[in-house]
Design a protein around this ligand. Structure first.
Ligand code: 26W
Length: 824
């Protein structure tokens, strides 16, 4: 177990070796402690990463051998997104090699902490769903479960964000422009992916009709493997990412005829399939390329799952069903269902019923959102053109479902048929991907108690009536290795001084800290670390925004994708209210506060971008207003990503989790912030509800309308103007947005926001929750002024987050859905 048995000396030698042979000798030649240049850090980072990779790869091989030998059941996690962040620090912590490598670098005069700041984030995801996938991989390896993650090897990850004149500017993310030390290409496991073409039907001698698909194009999928290292475990699993290539990358005939550009046209076309991550979350882009991306990914992954199984078991579908579970991370990989059914029918001549039973037994589906605009639909026209055989299969599945299930439960109920059908009839016929998932999967789960309850009661009530045991809950979690041990080393050290060192594997043991929540000495130590972390973040803030902030102010943090339902604009309205009060009374006795935002807006989401602009404009004004005595600062940190989260979270005092009740499926930033001792101000939404249950009402600030109240407000016809007219302060700050107060010489520049919460109908009920939010913020301000009380709250938040370990989530999946056994 634990430490990978490699000595400091040996590591020094390996680093030196990689430096010489892979970097050339320019850097290696300067190996005396006084001549390390900033620019050398990248070379040292690469060499150190490669040295560590040697250790990881040998562990990977032993893991594989062990898993093959014991032939145990394994899970295949299919996700279009993985937000891995940086790998070096995390891998070192998980291998228990951090201190060893620190020493191994001494002869070079290089600080490991500096190297951990090198390298791009692996930002192959948008937000919560992608980061959840990354946490789950960490937990699966930590708990020694056999698991393979499948994804896409995007050439461009999530765009880089900067601000120009306060507006978001997007730039491409070239995370592996010069290669990445963490991945291994496996061309020997390439897969072929047929697309387009037509289907012909052939009647066999026994009268059965056989479908023959003649594809129009074939792509190739090349796998790149990234090793996933468990924490203090014997397991290194694999994340396999597919890259698109042409079958015939270069056309020599065309080339020889002088058509140099067309000669590699095929490759440009095929490579476009893994070119870029779609930057929309919660909004279906409906683009053909995205559809092909999904199919490409599913086809490669399903073939790979089958090939890996057959390599040891031959063609044995019973064994396959016993050994295999495929988890669909939202509906994005749904076509995997049709692909497996197609392969079983067409390539292995299995009977329909046997093939379908097999599909039902292997697939499970996780729903991550209730937002209607995020529920994927693809037109049958597009399906027909790109995947004609799959559409045929889909119709068959739907027919069987409607006739054998719906019609039996609700005879001759045509409304019910229309409602549950996988096909939505309308001007354009659409395939409802979530319906196909629910019809197929043996288990469907939501990601927090309330969310799963709403999946049952509001999203799929009829499916729940049809199959009462199918819909279930697995509350999300986060890995405490990255989100406490690695990102907050000082707090981790303090914790390890007081309780067993096992806490990163056994987060529930943090409850022991509760006993010390009232201990003045411990409170001081805990809050001193928080302050040190704030000093570090204050430096980063200055560097990133040019704004000086005091580490003695409250650091109030909202970090997540920019969305109306997440209500960054509610936070913004509170800031305006505070500013207004300060202008009216500069001696207002509030504790100084720094409002910290981090958020990317989808490039096509206009209002989200207007909200960023408004926050930046208001920040400009407030940060330069000397009359308010530095009581208020507002900073919007550019390019929010995993790496930035790792810096912000340890320094946060307040965690803003203020979505409209019923809209945030779970949230996971809420868990990370609370684990690091930030106090949540939040609505009763998603996992906030479970966080409140764990920490107790005294240690969280809950405000706003509940799910039930939100429903009632809507049912009675919500009128935001009532709040605007009733609340003078609200009226004043909204009217500010029409003036040129924040945009001198340019009135109305911030009006879009006002318009959306008034004439636009305030779809996310910001005005309905405003008053209660402001009151809750006042209570929070009071609490902060009582140092001992705040320290106690912060300690209890850290102490009581045990439930939100992603190891617990994984155990829930294993017990209720996957039924795996550890292989250690
Ligand atoms: C079709 C476009 C699209 C893309 C991404 C639709 C929906 C998505 C995701 C489902 C968005 C997402 O990341 N959802 C988040 O998932 C997290 C992990 O379960 C939850 O914690 C968040 O509440 C949820 O918004």
């Amino acid at each position: 177990m634990a430490n990978s048995n490699i000595s400091v000396n040996e590591l020094t030698q390996r680093i030196s070796y990689h430096l010489q042979f892979l970097q050339g000798d320019t850097v290696a030649a300067r190996t005396d402690a006084n001549s390390v240049f900033e620019s050398d850090h990248n070379a040292y980072w690469q060499a150190t990463s490669l040295a560590i990779n040697d250790v990881i790869i040998s562990k990977l091989q032993t893991t594989r051998a062990r898993q093959l030998q014991s032939g145990v059941r394994s899970v295949n996690y299919l996700s279009l997104e993985y937000l891995m962040g940086r790998m070096l620090s995390n891998n070192l912590h998980n291998l228990d090699l951090y201190d060893v490598v620190e020493k191994a670098l001494q002869p070079f005069g290089v600080e490991l902490a500096d190297l951990c700041e090198q390298g791009a984030d692996l930002a192959l995801g948008n937000g919560g769903l992608g980061r959840l996938a990354a946490c789950f991989l960490d937990s699966l390896a930590t708990l020694d479960y056999p698991a393979t993650g499948y994804g896409i090897h995007y050439q461009h990850g999530l765009f880089k964000q900067s601000f120009k004149n306060c507006r978001q500017v997007e730039k491409p993310d070239l995370w592996r422009e010069f290669g990445s030390p963490w991945e291994i290409c496996r061309p020997e496991s390439a897969k072929l992916v047929p697309l387009y073409g037509h289907v012909e039907h052939q009647t066999e001698e026994d009268g059965t009709v056989k479908s023959l698909w003649y594809p129009g194009v074939t792509f190739k999928g090349i796998p790149w493997d990234i090793a996933i290292v468990g924490y203090n475990s014997n397991t290194v699993n694999v994340l396999r990412l597919w890259e698109g290539k042409a079958l015939k990358p270069f056309d020599w005939d065309l080339f020889n005829r002088g058509d140099y550009l067309s000669a590699h046209h095929n490759n440009v076309y095929a490579e476009s399939v893994s070119k870029v991550l779609y930057p929309n979350d919660e909004h279906d882009a409906g683009k053909e390329l995205r559809f092909i991306q999904q199919y490409f990914f599913c086809a490669c992954s399903i073939q790979d799952i089958i090939a890996r199984h057959q390599a040891t078991h031959g063609v044995d579908w019973q064994a396959f069903a016993k050994d295999t579970v495929i988890q669909l991370n939202d509906t994005h990989p749904t076509i995997a269902i049709l692909e497996l059914q197609r392969i079983l029918l067409d390539d292995y001549q299995m009977s329909w019923d046997d093939a379908w039973a097999l599909c039902q037994s292997v697939f499970a589906y996780t729903n991550h959102t209730l937002l209607p605009e995020a529920l994927e639909k693809w037109s049958t026209k597009l399906f027909e053109r790109v995947l004609p055989r799959h559409l045929e299969i889909l119709y068959h599945i739907n027919e069987d479902f409607l006739n054998k299930q719906v019609n039996v439960k609700w005879p001759h109920d045509f409304q019910m048929r229309a409602k549950l059908s996988i096909i939505e009839e309308g001007a354009e016929r659409m395939v409802r991907m979530a319906h196909l998932c629910v019809v197929t999967a043996h288990k469907v789960n939501g990601v927090a108690e309330i969310h799963s309850k709403l999946v049952k009661s509001d999203l799929f009530p009829e499916f729940n009536a049809l199959w009462p045991d199918k819909l279930t809950n697995v509350t999300n979690g986060i890995t405490p290795r990255r989100w406490l041990k690695a990102c907050n080393p000082k707090l981790s050290a303090l914790i390890s001084q007081h309780i067993s060192q096992d806490w990163p594997k056994d987060l529930a043991s943090l409850t022991q800290l509760s006993d010390m929540a009232n201990d003045t000495g411990f409170q001081q130590a805990f809050m001193a670390i928080k302050r040190e972390n704030k000093v570090v973040l204050a430096k980063d803030i200055l560097e990133l925004t040019g704004v000086t902030v005091s580490p003695d102010a409250i650091f109030d943090v909202q970090i997540k994708r920019l969305h109306e339902y997440k209500r960054q604009h509610l936070n913004f309205l509170h800031i305006l209210a505070l500013y207004n009060r300060l202008l009216e009374n500069p001696d207002l006795p509030i504790h100084p506060r720094v409002f910290i935002f981090g958020a990317k807006a989808a490039p096509g989401y206009h209002l989200a971008k207007e909200i960023i602009y408004a926050i930046n404009k208001v920040a400009e004004k407030i940060n330069n207003d000397t009359t308010i005595q530095d009581k208020l600062k507002v900073v919007f940190l550019p390019n929010y990503r995993v790496t930035l989260a790792e810096k912000i979270i340890p320094a946060a005092d307040v965690s803003e989790q203020i979505s409209t009740a019923g809209k945030e499926a779970s949230g996971t930033g809420n868990m990370k912030l609370a684990l690091n001792g930030a106090i949540t101000i939040g609505t009763l939404d998603g996992a906030n509800i479970e966080i409140a249950e764990e920490v107790g009402d005294d240690n969280i600030f809950i405000f706003g309308n509940t799910v039930e109240e939100v429903k009632a407000i809507r049912a009675n016809g919500y009128n935001p103007f009532e709040f605007y007219e009733k609340n003078e302060e609200l009226r004043k700050i909204l009217d500010w947005l029409d003036s040129d107060f924040f945009t001198p010489g340019h009135p109305h520049e911030l009006s879009a926001l006002k318009h959306s919460v008034l004439d636009g109908g305030d779809p996310y009920l910001a005005l309905a929750d405003f008053e209660s939010y402001v009151e809750s913020q006042q209570a929070l301000d009071l609490a902060y002024k009582d140092k001992a009380r705040w320290a106690k709250m912060a300690i209890l938040n850290t102490a009581l987050m045990g439930k939100f370990n992603s190891d617990r989530s994984i155990r829930d999946y294993v017990e209720n859905i996957w039924h795996l056994k550890p292989c250690d």
